[in-house]
Design a protein around this ligand. Sequence first.
Ligand SMILES: [Zn+2]
Length: 161
Amino acid sequence: MLTIDAEILEAIVAHARRDHPDEACGVVAGKIGTDRPERLVEMDNVERSSTFYRFDSMEQLRVWREMDDRDEEPVVIYHSHTATEAYPSRTDISYAGEPGAHYLLVSTRDPDVTEVRSYSIVDGAVTEEPVKVLNAAVDPHAVQKYLFGQSPTTVDYECPA
Ligand SMILES: [Zn+2]
């Protein structure tokens, strides 16, 4: 299960909406071992594409070093889909290099409904997990407009040829 503060989730969704129709991407760092995403780092999608994202390698190096320095790890790695559902593509799966991270996907295909779903991706196996939003009571409407995955499911993918 991913547990995330409503304020951080709102900021991720705002980033995704802002970059639409390009895919947005970034990480949320947290102290090692806590599994709590606390520090949002919006990153550049060097592809500037509506169908694909890739971190800038220099920026990724800098952000990952900064996390090291602060005893943090990438608790959440997020990106958006602009025309399809919030489900990892084959490319997303093959690029997923952090087995301990929560891969959060936001779909901005519908301007009125925000689809937010979270997965673990380990060795090509995608497992959806529930998303628990904390402190949502601050703005009860903020979370109601999100469409979360219904129940966790496990899907195994063949390795791309
Ligand atoms: Zn994707």
